[in-house]
Design a protein around this ligand. Structure first.
Ligand code: ADP
Length: 497
């Protein structure tokens, strides 16, 4: 009889439950249970170590019951899923049958508490793993180069596993070469090269310093060597690795494969971008060169054509030379646009601005574009309107807008210069074909033309307005349009005062 003359009371069950309910550490559950048993029975109680022979019964199998009688007393076992996971030796000789019944029940209760603590521990380990992986993902998924990625990954693995050394190997031909590593001072060495096959790796590592534990996780990159190993992450330390460690290492390597893929994609896209930029630069240079070299011959041709006209050519010959002059003018305009287009495409497109009279510029542009046809009417304030602008560039922009108004209409064109709300406004209004509402923005894009202009077979390249808007915007201004298809358009250049 233990626990006094009446033996152990069934209330012991309840007290066990209460005592162990809040203990979250598996080991703490065991020591708390041992203390409780000692207190309640007045006998010595110890937790058996996992490799103690008394963890097993006489038949060598796992203990199935919660209590086994023993020469020195009784063994209480915590059985989880049919497996003895912990046991207590209660000294002081055999126990009575009623006490044995209570103790069996208590052992069952301890098993439940122990199993809960194990589950809780696993959960906590998952949470730690989860946090580690989130940190790893944040760190290594952002890399754009392999070397720093390899170094960072090794450093992280070393830290996560409290390892002496961690090494990332990458495949180089028929071998694995160390590409990144992190180590504590005095850490055991790892080979700089390893064979590709798993057995070879094992053999090579066995030659290393003992006793060290090594955990390995193969790195497989999608699309590389048909799923063969593309690398290996190895961590080295004195303490053994368990299943949770291996799981974390595998997850880390899976992340690493993603990060490496990212780096590869990034490299591919930068290569493609560079090639594109180079070919663009080449195209722009070519265009600028042609446009520039066009000017000389064009000036010579128009010079001689004008001479012929002055010589008093008549009839068919005169109109032929006039046609030549007209077409040369078109070519000159095209080459100017091409030059300006090339200039706007270069990164350093800039202006040489000076404070100047905008009214003067608009008057001059209107006179030249009108060329005596009388189609353009100008309305401007009496005095000068002084703002900073680049005369050549702004003239180019305005010329393009004026040429369009004349081209896409056959009637009068009104130009108005005004000052309103801190802006100098140049409005160019025509009553021509107008622009379909859905295409109002497209006409400002490079080579963008409206469908009605194409359908009506107006000659054009679609770069004029693109250039004009670029020029106005570099001035800090805006170029906008209001239009109704079939009724006409009003283009407005607004420059800050
Ligand atoms: P394009 O050489 O084709 O005239 P632009 O860049 O100067 O090139 O103009 C782009 C397009 O905008 C034209 O093709 C035309 O469809 C439309 N557009 C420009 N100005 C007018 C206008 N005054 N009236 C109607 N459509 C216009």
């Amino acid at each position: 009889m233990i626990g006094g003359s009446e033996g152990l009371r069934p209330e012991l069950l309840e007290r066990t439950m209460l005592a162990l309910a809040d203990v979250r550490e598996p080991q703490a559950v065991l020591s708390a249970a041992a203390r409780l048993l000692e207190r309640e029975t007045g006998r010595p109680c110890s937790v058996l170590s996992p490799d103690d022979a008394r963890m097993r019964d006489g038949r060598g199998g796992p203990q199935s019951a919660g209590l086994v009688r023993d020469a020195s007393g009784v063994i209480l076992t915590a059985v989880i899923d049919g497996e003895v996971r912990a046991a207590f030796a209660l000294g002081g000789g055999d126990v009575s049958e009623p006490d044995a019944v209570v103790l069996r029940l208590v052992a069952g209760q301890i098993s439940v508490a122990f199993s809960n603590a194990l589950a809780f521990d696993q959960l906590r380990q998952h949470a730690v793993e989860g946090a580690a992986l989130v940190e790893a993902a944040r760190t290594i998924l952002g890399f754009t180069e392999l070397k720093p990625l390899a170094e960072s990954l090794s450093a992280m693995a070393q830290r996560f596993f409290h390892a002496e050394r961690s090494v990332l190997y990458g495949r180089a031909g028929d071998e694995l070469h160390a590409v990144g590593s992190a180590a504590l001072p005095g850490a055991g060495p790892m080979p700089a090269r390893l064979p590709l096959d798993a057995a070879g790796v094992e053999r090579k590592l066995a030659e290393g310093p003992q006793p060290r534990n090594v955990a390995l996780a193969p790195l497989r990159l999608p699309g590389h060597h048909d799923g063969e190993r593309s690398g290996l992450l190895a961590v080295l330390r004195a303490a053994p690795f368990d299943r949770a460690d291996q799981r974390l290492l595998d997850a880390l390597v899976t992340l690493a494969a993603l990060a490496i893929r990212n780096v590869e994609l990034y490299e591919q896209s930068t290569r493609a971008n560079r090639a594109l930029a180079e070919s663009n630069a080449f195209k722009d240079d070519l265009m600028a060169m042609f446009a520039h070299d066009f000017k000389g011959p064009l000036t010579v041709i128009s010079g001689y054509a004008e001479l012929l006209l002055e010589d008093g050519l008549e009839g068919e010959r005169r109109s032929a030379v006039e046609t030549i002059l007209g077409q040369v003018g078109r070519l000159a305009k095209l080459s100017e646009d091409a030059l300006a287009l090339a200039a706007t495409q270069s990164a350093g497109f800039s202006l040489s601005r000076a404070r100047d009279d905008l009214a003067d510029l608009v008057g001059e542009a209107v006179r030249d574009s009108d060329a005596g046809s009388g189609r353009i009417a100008l309305e401007a304030p009496a005095g000068p309107l002084v703002v900073p602008f680049d005369r050549t560039r702004l003239r180019h922009a305005l010329d393009n807008v004026l040429a369009n108004a004349l081209k896409y209409s056959s009637g009068p064109v009104e130009v108005r210069l005004a000052e309103r709300d801190g802006e100098a406004l140049i409005e160019v209004r025509d009553r021509g074909i107008g622009i379909p509402a859905a295409e109002l923005e497209r006409i400002f894009t490079r080579f963008g033309r409206a469908s009605n202009a194409r359908a009506k077979r107006f000659a054009g390249t679609g770069v004029g307005l693109y250039i004009a808007r670029k020029i106005v915007e570099v001035h800090g201004g805006r170029l906008t349009v209001a239009s109704l298809e079939g009724e006409g358009s009003t283009f407005t250049i607004g420059l800050p005062l």
